[in-house]
Write a protein that binds this ligand. Sequence first.
Ligand SMILES: [Zn+2]
Length: 527
Amino acid sequence: MNKDILKNINMNCVLYLRVSSEEQVENYSLSNQESTCRKVAESRGLNILEIFREEGASAKTANRPELIKLLEYCRKHKDNIALVMFYRIDRLARQISDYLTIKRKLFELGITLMSATEPTEDTPTGKFVETLLAASAQLDNDVRGARSSQGLYQRFRDGLPIGKAPLGYQNTTVGEKQVVIPNETEFQLVKKAWDLVTTGTKSTREMAEIMNSWGLRAVWGKKRYKLRSQTVCRIFRSIIYTGVLKYDKYPNEEVVGKYTPMITKEQFYRVQDILDGRRTTPMGSKRKVDNPNFPLRKLIKCHYCGSPLTAGICKGNTKTYPYYWCRNNCLKTVSSNKLEEILLNRLKEIQPSQEAIDLFTLILKTTYDKRIKMLQERKKTADKELFELKEMMSKLVQGHLRGTYSDDIYESQKTLFEDKILSTEIVVNDSTLDKYDIESTIVFIRALLKNLARAYEVSDYGQKQVLISSIFPSGLTFDNTRLLNSEISPIYRDIQVISEPDAHLRVDYGTRTRDLLLHREALYQLS
Ligand SMILES: [Zn+2]
């Protein structure tokens, strides 16, 4: 490209970095975020004008002074700024509506948003994935909210295992305090099981049989069940037995438990090695958590034992062969190419027809417009009600001042009004639905649906994760030949169903699908 032209193009950006007080951990530290953003900026020839650092702010959008400063700064210098870069979407916003609002505000100033670590390009897939990522950041935030309200997190911080006590222990209360203590009969048996598995001579299936013969059982509700190899595997994968609490949902946090440990950490890691290495470990395969060569590792589980497939590379004389297998040895190894092919075929099977996509788009649009209209109506009514309530409230106050109403009547009426006003205000606020860009959302969805297999192929590691788990919310299982248990997310199922010509003859669909079918009938009659 001509360098003189480049000179005239605005190549300035500003950075937004955020770390909340609860995640002062390395991956998220401000300096880490900053250096990642700087590298990306450098590689794209961008000049950093200003950096906004939000420290200790909560994940919610309110109370984020630096974000407000940034927006202000952008307004002032809009002609001089090409884009705002942030480390990851969940750094910027945890509510999808917030994210879209910020994006639109900047867009109006002619400024683009860019994530340093995720795709936010202006391609249809990029945009769709971006929306999904923002949605998952929101979900994560919602989960976070639910979690803290349930006090699970507090329990964890207090050094107690969350939920049911692990096999060998029991939950009980001493005075008013919840504690976890060894179960008199089970503790020694589970300890013996740990010792036996440490010898490396027993498979988890054999361990399950042995433990069952000792009388150990899994308890769900009030029922007792025989241990399955899957359950046993989970027990031997659980670090809780070493007296340390660590959960996937609180990554980077480890708490010393307030209960008697059953085994040492050394023994635990020895058992982990045994479980990992049960099958001859393929040459030179160091397992990485997110290895981009193996996008299916977390997405596909073994049909027999339920553990996620594990993967590695086998070196031949001239070539390397990536492949997947079950760590409990239930499956034949399957080459990465083969498994990808099976997945692509599965995607082709559920590929909706163009007619279905068109219809779905139309329905989406009509439903959206209807909903907007309904919300506007609701807001109008609530506005009116609010006005009347305030009017009556002021009459009440005047009446009280004139002495028409006694203090008692005044007080009780006033509380009543205040409650009503409050609940009406909530309705008003709820109904102010920000009309976001439905048109461009439809463009992404159409582009994605048009060819699911292709969308998968052109996606990178992270996008593949989002795409597949959005289609198959409960994951896929593999039984050597086919992908099973592939429950499709309701939205894809609906799209499929509306494309079947005789769909209205079938009765086992949910109400939403029936609604969609009615829509289809109506639309056909219109056209
Ligand atoms: Zn298995």
